[in-house]
Design a binder for this molecule. Sequence first.
Ligand SMILES: Nc1ncnc2c1ncn2[C@@H]1O[C@H](COP(=O)(O)OP(=O)(O)OP(=O)(O)O)[C@@H](O)[C@H]1O
Length: 638
Amino acid sequence: MTMQMQHEVTQLTGQFSVEPLVDSILNVPQGLHVSFADLSYTVMVKGRGFGSMVPLKLLTKVSGHFQPGEMTALMGPSGCGKTTLLDVISGRKNAGKIEGEVLYGIDKARRSFLCRNTGYVEQFDTLVDNLTVQDMLAYTANMKLPHTKTKAEKMTAVERIIAKMNLEKCRSTVIGNPAKRGISGGQAKRVNIGVSIITDPLVLYLDEPTSGLDSFTSDEVISFVHKLSREGMTVCATIHSPTPYTFHLFERLLLLVSGRIVYFGANGDDAVSYFLNSGIMGVDAKAPERYQQAEWIVSFVTDAGNHGRSEELADAFQKSLEARDMMSSMTMMRTACSTAAVMPSGMLTVALLEADNPRAGKSTTVPAWYALGQMFWYRTRRNFMDPLFLSARIVDKFIAGGIIMSLFHGIGQSTNSGDRIQLSAAIFMWATQPALSAAGYIPTIMLERNLYQRELNDGLYYPITYMITKWLQELILAVPVTLLFCGTIYKALLMVGNFGIFWIAYLLTQFTAIGVAFTFAALCPTIDFANGAVPSFGGTLMFFVGFLVPLNNIPPWWIWYSYFDYLRYTYVAMMINENQSIQEPFTCTGQSFNSVLGFFGMENNEAVWWNLLAIFGWWWFWAGAAFACLAVINWSSR
Ligand SMILES: Nc1ncnc2c1ncn2[C@@H]1O[C@H](COP(=O)(O)OP(=O)(O)OP(=O)(O)O)[C@@H](O)[C@H]1O
């Protein structure tokens, strides 16, 4: 620190010795000071009585601060509230009651500000598994950097991340998933961090960045993060069992036990001497070797917590010199900033940081139309090239269509009553097929739940943008596929109705079935549940389309369900279309009817166009339900 700076700092902070603190702030412009005071977090959980809810306090009056250019380790026994604290500070909690104050610089931050200026690396990787590493980063750069930046600027950002995170070797490898091998766990973690830092956030949060990694890869990942903090970023990471090397890369340590803070201060030797000198350990307690410090500290607080001593530890810290130091540093920083003519770096106001951002206050960085284009280009285009994705949408029609053609070929023009019944059966099977195979559209939503939630939290798009992308993807594929199979069946069966009506009825039914699948995908807690629910629901609809029970024989107590049944309109439209030109009398079980339509109770039914309109209406109904469920229900509630 220069003499001039030293003088200014002394003027700002009085006679307290905060040199290391201010040093880091003045020297590193890219970070932001984060402080939190008396943070408590309470959720409602089930009580003993039926339906009763009781409050459960997960954090109690936690205070501390993270500084630019420093890494803070958030440690403590499993379940002590580390992730909860990180979520509260980073503004990612969407349930429960938060008390206390979190300041970014000297301001409370809105979600839109946090989306743009903080990065959050989740514990589990949330990447698009069929993109290559380079495409994943390019996709994120396009979605997170202002759309006014040029393509070259965005690609420079991608290249910078590839170089910084040492991803050169795997830049063209697909991310992969358990079924399709892709990049390694360590590489995936580095891509995840790369995705979070592509916008050069001021603050980076990491939840268990080393979980599931071997010690060498853990060291490597934390070294990368350390490099970022050396460049000025404010970094805070929850960490379970750090290697000695990793542990000592963290400058500061925040220890929690049962949601209470039991130590906040310098890491390593200082933390050890705090515990040895605070009077909470036995007199015969000995300092561990340096390489054992992390394990020693966590073992002690875990054991104390297990023996009901968390209150004692927390109270001891509240009375300690370290706690007083922490509070006075925080107060000084705030005072310094509110009186300084020029704000030190790291203490910029939110308003200043948002000043030249045309989308300030909006929860996404890029407009919806732009996000739609990027999602289509990177994700939908990839899906269209994926044989597994395509086959899930084609094979069902291939099998059902193949069986129908092999069983009923050439009967379309026959006026024989038996053949008309057979044709009605063929139409029934084809009209209801979309509902039975709709489960194939569930994974596209459910397997992406964590990714979707992470991208929403990161402000990449709005729920409606995501939903429209999903619809476009399915509609574009459904049009040629249904045209191909409807055309083949129509020709093979020698059908006589209007082909356009036959196809449109099937296409709209396919869209509606997709809407049903999307709704269940957003509504059901697990994929197994949804996979069971969608065909079961489709099965109930089959009873009331008019084939198994003629429409005029449906008992009054089921009539309502037959109107709700979108397949009924498909079947009626297809049947009228196919039979209205055939006026031969129809005989069945000794009874005579004017035509086959009379037998199925469809003689006086509404016109074809009305039924097509009804299916169209049901499509929009189910599309609306899917969107509402997706936007409202959050299965990864935090
Ligand atoms: N929404 C919630 N409702 C009820 N309990 C919750 C909720 N969120 C967290 N908890 C509970 O709060 C405690 C702290 O959870 P948290 O995930 O923060 O712990 P952690 O310290 O990160 O644990 P680990 O190290 O094992 O990941 C846990 O016992 C957890 O079950």
